[in-house]
Design a protein around this ligand. Structure first.
Ligand code: NAP
Length: 312
């Protein structure tokens, strides 16, 4: 009987039945990452699998970038249902899968893979995960909102931007420190933001601006939802994502950062009388949507939520 590990490796994957013989259930789901030991996905998914009565374990796999392609192939032999992938593999997996969903194709990144016979099918659940999180936190749909995404040029920001555009949100303002990235993205999304039912013309509905006070100030009175998709907010010394004096009571604030649970942006929102939520709900819903993609059934969200909360 092999020892049970917190993190398995590429060489374990080559003899998966042997390497995981110490587990009570067959390990047929995983998260690939480098590093991966910080991932809370097993604590979220395993209670969900138990609640759904699925006889399978979810584990962490430390996979290096040059092992990625072969590791994905090995999943088929090891009888995997699928895997999640995290940093730095979301782009590499995009290039390696046989097929993918429209949202993953638009984003250019995959965070969920399903093994379907000898095919690997990719999906990106960060984007629809954000959509479900906004609905849960604010009882609002993206389609009805005027949205500003700060950090639109990063991976999470692009996923959020694609989802907002696919949902035909009322207005989309893409903000990025390196403004060229936001401008390129705005061009890519132009064809999605052409719903004739929406009041404003395409040029005004989709805007790319630099991460500068004046530029944000100019847009913010025509914005309902502000999403922080930058990596700012995890440290006390981090700068303001949006200057506090620009936040108004009508704004909804969604901070993708969830550690600390109450970020500076959320505190500033509270002081301004605005509603705010952290990124835990997005983390939960991207996991729930991965479950649905793998098993084609509703996810046991409350069991997954409990597991995630207990892991914090
Ligand atoms: P990323 O690809 O590295 O992108 C980082 C983004 O932040 C870029 O837009 C970058 O701008 C901007 N940025 C970084 N430092 C900045 C600074 N000092 N000033 C201004 N802008 C700055 O990272 P990511 O993977 O998209 O992740 C972004 C955040 O989302 C992280 O905090 C991550 O934990 C969180 N996230 C949460 C969830 C969830 O489920 N809640 C899911 C995914 C990600 P430039 O383009 O100019 O560099």
């Amino acid at each position: 009987m092999a020892e049970v590990k917190d993190v398995y490796t590429f060489s374990d994957l080559k003899d998966w039945a042997g390497a995981t013989s110490g587990l009570e259930k067959p390990a047929r789901l995983s998260v690939f990452g480098d590093p991966v030991e910080h991932s809370r996905s097993p604590q979220m998914h395993n209670p969900g699998l138990v609640a759904a009565g699925i006889d399978c374990e979810y584990v962490r796999l430390h996979i290096l970038p040059d092992e990625l392609k072969e590791a994905l192939e090995l999943l088929k032999q090891a009888d995997f249902v699928g895997t999640n992938v995290t940093i730095p593999h979301k782009g590499g997996v995009y290039d390696a899968v046989d097929d993918m969903t429209e949202v993953a194709r638009r984003i250019g990144a995959v965070n969920t893979v399903a093994v379907d016979g000898d095919q690997l099918v990719g999906h990106n659940t960060d984007a629809p995960g954000l959509k479900r999180a906004i609905r849960e936190e604010f009882s609002m749909d993206l389609t009805d909102l005027r949205i500003m995404i700060v950090g639109a040029g990063g991976g999470a920001g692009k996923a959020a931007s694609v989802q907002c555009a696919m949902d035909q949100c009322e207005r989309l303002v893409l903000v990025n420190r390196t403004v060229e990235k936001a401008e390129v993205l705005a061009k890519e999304l132009e064809d999605l933001m052409t719903d004739p039912e929406k009041l404003e013309g395409p040029a005004e509905r989709l805007v790319a601006i630099p991460w500068e006070v004046k530029a944000m100030e100019h847009e913010l009175d025509q914005i309902d939802l502000i999403i922080n998709a930058t990596s700012i907010g995890m440290k006390r010394t981090d700068p303001e994502v949006v200057p506090a004096h620009l936040i108004a009571p009508h704004h909804l604030i969604y901070d993708m950062v969830y550690a600390p649970a109450r970020t500076r942006l959320m505190a500033d929102a509270g002081a301004a009388g605005a509603r705010a939520a952290n990124g835990l709900s997005m983390l939960l819903w991207q996991g729930a949507l991965s479950f649905e993609f793998w098993f084609n059934q509703d996810a046991p969200v409350e069991a997954m939520r409990k597991g995630l909360m207990e892991s914090l």
